[in-house]
Design a protein around this ligand. Sequence first.
Ligand code: F3S
Ligand code: F3S
Length: 113
Amino acid sequence: AYVIALPCVDVLDRACVDECPVDCIYEGGRALYIHPDECVDCGACEPVCPVEAIYYEDDVPEQWVAHTADNAAFFTEGLPGRETPLGGPGGAARLGPVPADTPLVAALPAHPL
Ligand code: F3S
Ligand code: F3S
């Protein structure tokens, strides 16, 4: 799967969302998160991000590798502000923005990059 890493935090450009053929890029409070089981690895999102936040899972820069598991955690764990795991929502447009972030993203300073 592809992964959204730290550069997205507090930027949320959303250009990636329009490119995804399976609508698997979900909006949290401070960043967007790719559902690792819904992403079909088409790669269309990666080149359109203006801050180069998106990487194939094997190519995530070393300083941001924690974001791979963190993207998954957005769906599999209950989070502050959203106690129930999202699971596999099957479409970001239908779900809409979720007012919650993972502990990793929530703990970052404002505009970390
Ligand atoms: Fe974030 Fe880049 Fe998408 S800033 S919302 S990953 S286009
Ligand atoms: Fe969608 Fe990007 Fe995956 S466009 S299918 S999230 S590689």
